[in-house]
Ligand binder design. Structure first.
Ligand SMILES: Cc1cc2nc3c(=O)[nH]c(=O)nc-3n(C[C@H](O)[C@H](O)[C@H](O)COP(=O)(O)O)c2cc1C
Length: 360
């Protein structure tokens, strides 16, 4: 697809501040799991090259990365809970900064979206012992999700501490901050969702109770590394990973409480026109970042309109960034785009990863 060049005063090309992040443009790279870390979750030189190639993004949000061994859901996703992993992230931070970019690490604890064989025989943990329908890719191929065990109330501070430790490691590695993944059916989303969270303690039941664990994590991580380095991603009512949510008022309760923390940004995954976007935007006092969802691949002209209309301050782009390391330049100039190759999305080597060509 070739389109016209963006005008220099396009809202997508204007700088935006998000806490401690000073982004030179509003075209940010969405988090993208690519399953190319070393087998022990250590980020490697190939990943550093991949992220370095994409330094032109306003901000890069990394692939979801587990804050603990039990928080891993898929083979070869990176971790951020060992010294070796922290060193691997340092290489990535250096590569992005060398290219003039900014990068935050997405903290993704998958909760029940896992299988015992992926996590060394451990049982996945979740707000409630409710197995997700469907299958997950494991080292031995696709298998049914394992039944998780319910986290006891007195275990929750330990899980919060894992997030804190991982966030501190991310910052110590030189990354510019973290994004808490509270979307797409993973652990934090499982707490929010009334169809999955069946708890009877103060972390289940009412919308305020279901929001409590996410608020606990955001509060503790903010205290540890500074709220201006902490963003959060949510996907209200997104059914991915067998989530069912009837009472989405939890997102208003959550956003109202998070607003007091002064986080760097709120990142919402929702289809344009979903009334929840305007509702949350009205509550959120800070930088509001939108991703238009999986249904249709992000479209430059639609994103430009959304920012022009004030629906969002910045947007994140997944598949077009995956296939175009120099996406910001291509969108600015209106030049031809590389097409993403789905076969190499979730595994493999340099093919379909670092070999998408940049413009000369
Ligand atoms: C290969 C792939 C991996 C993804 N991995 C993540 C992830 O790790 N964390 C996350 O929050 N979203 C993840 N997503 C969702 C994207 O961030 C984004 O919301 C989605 O691709 C829709 O945006 P797009 O139309 O610009 O691609 C992934 C999507 C794709 C295609």
């Amino acid at each position: 697809m070739t389109s016209s060049a963006l005008k220099p005063d396009s809202p997508l090309l204007q700088p935006v501040t998000a806490g401690a992040l000073q982004a030179p443009n509003r075209i940010w790279m969405a988090p993208l799991t690519r399953n190319r870390a070393d087998a022990d979750g250590t980020p490697n030189a190939l990943q550093a090259e991949y992220y370095g190639q994409r330094a032109g993004a306003g901000v890069i949000i990394t692939e979801g990365s587990q804050p603990s061994a039990v928080g891993q859901g898929y083979p070869r996703t990176p971790g951020v809970h060992t010294d070796a992993q922290q060193q691997g992230w340092q290489r990535i931070a250096e590569a992005v900064h060398a290219g003039g970019g900014r990068v935050v690490l997405q903290l993704m604890h998958v909760g029940r979206i896992s299988h015992t064989s992926t996590i060394g025989g451990e049982t996945p943990v979740a707000p409630s012992a409710v197995r997700a329908a469907g299958e997950v890719y494991t080292p031995a191929g696709p298998q049914a999700f394992s039944e998780p065990r319910e986290l006891a109330t007195d275990e929750l501070p330990g899980v919060v501490a894992e997030y804190v430790d991982a966030a501190q490691r991310a910052v110590a590695a030189g990354l510019d901050g973290v994004e808490l993944h509270a979307a797409n059916g993973y652990l934090l989303h499982q707490f929010l969702a009334d169809g999955v969270n069946r708890r009877t303690d103060q972390y289940g039941g009412s919308a305020e109770n279901r929001a409590r664990f996410v608020v606990d994590v955001a509060t503790a991580v903010s205290a540890a590394i500074g709220a201006d380095r902490v963003g959060i991603r949510i996907s209200p009512a997104h059914p991915f990973n067998d989530i069912s949510e009837i009472d989405v008022s939890v997102y208003e309760a959550l956003t109202t409480q998070l607003a007091e923390l002064n986080l760097a940004y709120l990142h919402v995954l929702a289809a344009p026109g979903d009334p929840i976007i305007a509702k949350l935007r009205a509550i959120w006092p800070g930088t509001f970042v939108l991703n238009t969802g999986f249904g249709v691949e992000s479209d430059r002209d639609q994103l430009e309109r959304l920012v022009a209309d004030g629906v969002a301050d910045a947007v994140t782009v997944g598949r077009p960034f995956l296939a175009n390391p120099d996406l910001v330049r291509r969108w600015t100039e209106g030049t031809e785009l590389n097409e993403p190759d789905q076969d190499t999305f979730y595994a493999g080597d340099a093919k379909g990863y670092t070999d998408y060509p940049a413009l000369p």
